[in-house]
Design a protein around this ligand. Structure first.
Ligand code: ADP
Ligand code: MG
Ligand code: ZN
Length: 476
């Protein structure tokens, strides 16, 4: 039974500087409750909203990246409902009816699914730009166990993109790939840092043949998009296989218990009393398109095409593009090396892997060396100056510890006098030599180890040591 999946992804424009209609900060993290607020985002009477130009430009850039149809003007709409985290009693959002006009409609995203390394396509229904509500905090842990509710308006009015797909996604794994690729695309625009806590939330719709669609709300990570859909897929399949009916409903993803739970029936759109916001004139898009276009100049797709065009395997190119600093380094250094594939491996596999091992983030540019250092290292590797073991075991870890270090200080000494050390070891371990001569080939590994130990920081290729030992001992 094949599922049909459509997603609604809410992404905070953490890179927009300020909130959507006031000067409070778009990134409220680390602030004491209710300190990132003003009359506008508290909904005080008489306070008037002014659209944040940067947020609108980033939304238009997202529309371009997703190849959407952009209208001549976008119109903000009021969506009315009562809830403590919504001080105006309406959310300023967008709507394609009731006189409104969203940022854009009918686009498409081609996204890479690393499971199988295939490109997939999902049509985009529309993109809305809207306000995030405030945050309700339950001191007792949950809405049921708390005696009181606290409200923090630091988040109230943060710009939020709502991106809605058509039901084009074929599997839970592909849904995760879609969200990851979408977030990467928005990150390259400079619109979001998806690693910030709460920077995005996903509502996932899934149906099986013969069943109604179920919407799973409140999914907070890409891994959980896959898990929640996997759970929901199995739940629905079981019902259908037993001859039951899957009802149209909204469910909630419980990340701790890893299951979906029934939430509520869905309101009808009519209950929201949509109307164009009389405080906000339509925003003409044409004067902003040039600025938006500049933001989409380096898209993940363009970079992937460039890097694989150099002969780099797609897996390695994808690893590089996922970490923006690595992608910038690659583009800067590729012209200074003979074989860009060597550079690509160093960046996307070796250096990134060493960062992970050291518990350092690949997204922080200060964890990466300057392009000149990487280019020179790549040339040394190309020329076979250092064996791969020395590059991975000594040079790269040295740079990871201090990315600004000059290459000289992390390069190991060359293994001069290797033959003398080999002779020394042969003299020092007669038993092992005896064992090897009498046919115990494992004894040679021991001798190789002893030579490498004595060489200390000097770089050496273990195969070279082995060859020398065999030569001295007459092949065993
Ligand atoms: P709503 O008005 O309830 O938000 P929409 O028709 O706008 O509903 O669709 C919301 C989401 O549900 C979209 O992402 C869409 O792709 C998805 N969707 C629509 N039909 C199906 C279906 N049969 N199975 C799975 N997802 C669906
Ligand atoms: Mg919806
Ligand atoms: Zn404010």
């Amino acid at each position: 039974m094949r599922p049909v999946i459509g997603l609604e992804v809410h992404v905070q424009l953490t890179g927009a500087g300020s909130k959507l209609f006031c000067g409070c900060k778009a990134d409220y993290r680390g602030m004491p409750p209710n300190t990132n607020v003003c009359p506008v985002c508290l909904g005080l009477p008489g306070a008037l909203p002014v659209p944040n130009r940067r947020a609108v430009v980033q939304a238009l850039a997202a529309a371009m990246a997703l190849k959407c149809r952009i209208p001549g003007a976008i119109v903000f709409t009021r969506k009315h409902y009562f809830y403590p985290d919504l001080p105006k009693n309406y959310q300023i959002t967008q709507f394609e009816r009731a006189g409104g006009a969203p940022v854009c409609t009918s686009g498409v995203l081609e996204y890479l699914d690393p499971a199988g390394w295939v490109w997939r396509r999902a049509r985009i229904r529309r993109i809305n730009l809207e306000e995030d509500p405030g945050r309700s905090v339950y001191p007792g842990g949950s809405i049921v166990s708390s005696e009181e509710v606290l409200v923090d308006y630091n988040r109230s009015g943060v710009p939020l993109l709502e991106i809605v797909t058509e039901p084009d996604i074929p599997s839970p794994r592909a849904a995760r790939a879609f969200v990851e690729y979408l977030l990467l695309t928005l990150e390259y625009i400079g619109a979001v840092n998806p690693r910030l806590e709460g920077a995005f939330r996903v509502d996932a719709n899934i149906s099986l043949p013969g069943g109604e669609r179920v919407e799973v709300k409140n999914i907070g990570s890409t891994l959980e998009v896959e898990r929640a859909l996997e759970y929901e897929y199995k739940r629905q399949r079981l019902i259908l296989e037993r001859g039951g009916r899957v009802e149209r409903e909204t469910r909630h993803w419980d990340a701790h218990r890893r299951m979906t739970k029934p939430l509520r029936h869905k309101e009808e759109e009519a209950e929201y009393l949509y109307m164009p916001d009389p405080d906000l004139p339509p925003v003409l898009t044409r004067p902003l398109l040039g600025e938006a276009e500049a933001l989409v100049a380096t898209s993940p797709r363009r970079l992937l095409d460039e890097i694989t065009g150099d002969g780099v395997p797609l897996e390695v190119a994808w690893s590089i593009v996922q970490a923006r600093p690595a992608a910038s380094l690659y583009m800067e250094a590729r012209g200074r090396v003979r074989d860009p594939r060597v550079l690509a491996r160093l960046l996307g596999v070796d250096y990134k892997g060493a960062l992970r091992e050291a518990g350092r983030g690949p997204h922080d540019p200060s964890n990466w060396p300057p392009a000149e250092t990487m280019a020179r290292l790549a040339r040394l590797v190309e020329e076979g100056e250092y064996p791969p073991e020395a590059v991975r075991g000594l040079i790269i870890p040295g740079l990871v510890r201090d990315p600004q270090a000059s290459l000289e200080t992390v390069l190991p000494e060359k293994a001069e006098g290797l033959e003398a050390v080999v002779d020394e070891v042969i003299r020092a371990y007669p038993r092992a030599v005896q064992d090897y001569m009498s046919g115990k080939r494992r004894a040679l590994d021991y001798l190789v180890g002893q030579v490498i130990r004595r060489l200390g920081r000097r770089a050496v290729d273990p195969r070279e040591v082995r060859r020398l030992l065999e030569e001295r001992l007459g092949g065993g």
